[in-house]
Design a protein around this ligand. Structure first.
Ligand code: C2E
Ligand code: MG
Ligand code: MG
Ligand code: MG
Length: 287
């Protein structure tokens, strides 16, 4: 009751404050306890070869199993966790859990060579201590370093000079893969790109969305030409390319024609609990 009353008062005294903002601050306040209570779960989405459809990697995507709201997506709380600084602790949990899961898969399906890809927030990647955290997550799980990929955003890697750049090089020296996430949506410094120890570019969903084959809205094929250029850029730098948010066979067909290597999206499977990865590894069979 007190809570409901408080909510009404907010509405009376501060009409500008939307119900959404209130929900936001309530969510933010609940995050630390949620982490302590173990309410976060990881779902995994396949990243497949566009040549033969084989699952090469899975991306770990965090969800909050909220006691009242149900499964809450990261878009609703990752930003909050970044603002409050909790992302460092939450991100470390994600990293360790993903490494443990991946090591189990690696033990059961050693020939699959399945890579687990983990998102790092700028606030995590910025801290030199991230190198020890990653090294420890690998050592304590037993996961080989080459089966871990870390996804960083353009802003996290391109702005980095001095210490942050050294941190990226130290991460790469561990043997893990580094990918630039949502490539093309931030500010990319191309001169910088060639100096970064990265192995993969992930093409942002909006470009892929624009690839609609013969749809009249895409008559000038602008997004397609951007994707074409970005794939060429990546290959010139000897980087892998993963297209994100691939939803239709027509998009996959175009991406194949543009020589894009790998893809992720609803067409190839939505994010799902760890069991769905095991089921798929079984189905993929021996290589
Ligand atoms: P992202 O890293 O770019 O992850 C891809 C997002 O695209 C995921 O949303 C995924 O569910 C969604 N997606 C998958 N297939 C499709 C598709 O066919 N079409 C479209 N339109 N979208 C698709 P999700 O799981 O809601 O995650 C959103 C963002 O939250 C992620 O974007 C990432 O930036 C962030 N995030 C998720 N987990 C973590 C984490 O553990 N740590 C950090 N720092 N950020 C995370
Ligand atoms: Mg979402
Ligand atoms: Mg990502
Ligand atoms: Mg992305």
């Amino acid at each position: 009751w007190a809570k409901a009353e408080g909510r009404d008062r907010w509405a009376v005294y501060d009409p500008e404050r939307s119900a959404r903002d209130l929900a936001r601050s309530e969510l933010a306040a609940g995050l630390p306890a949620a982490l302590d209570r173990g309410e976060f779960v990881l779902h995994y989405q396949p990243i497949v070869s566009l040549l033969d459809g084989r699952m090469l990697a899975v991306e770990a995507l965090v969800r909050w199993q909220h006691p009242h709201l149900g499964l809450v997506g990261p878009d609703r709380f990752i930003g909050l966790a970044e603002e409050t600084g909790l992302i460092v602790r939450l991100g470390e949990w994600v990293l360790r859990q993903a490494c443990r899961d991946a090591q189990r898969w690696h033990t059961e399906f050693p020939d699959a060579g399945l890579v687990v890809s983990v998102n790092l927030a700028a606030r995590q990647a910025d801290r030199p201590a991230i190198v020890d955290t990653v090294a420890d997550a690998l050592a304590s799980s037993g996961l080989p370093a080459e089966l871990l990929q870390l996804e960083l955003t353009e802003s996290a890697v391109m702005g980095s000079a001095g210490e942050p750049l050294r941190t990226l090089h130290r991460l790469a020296a561990l043997g893990v893969r580094l990918a630039v996430d949502d490539f093309g949506t931030g500010y990319s410094n191309l001169a910088y790109l060639r100096r970064l120890p990265i192995t993969c570019l992930k093409l942002a969903g909006p470009f892929v969305e624009g690839i609609r084959g013969t749809a009249p809205a895409d008559a000038d094929h602008r997004d397609e030409r951007i994707v074409d250029a970005l794939v060429r850029l990546a290959h010139a730098l000897e980087l892998w390319v993963t297209a994100e948010a691939v939803e239709t066979e027509a998009q996959a067909e175009r991406l194949r024609a543009l020589r894009c290597d790998t893809a992720q999206g609803r067409l190839f499977g939505p994010p799902g609990p760890a069991e769905t990865v095991v089921a798929r590894l079984r189905g993929d069979g021996p290589r």
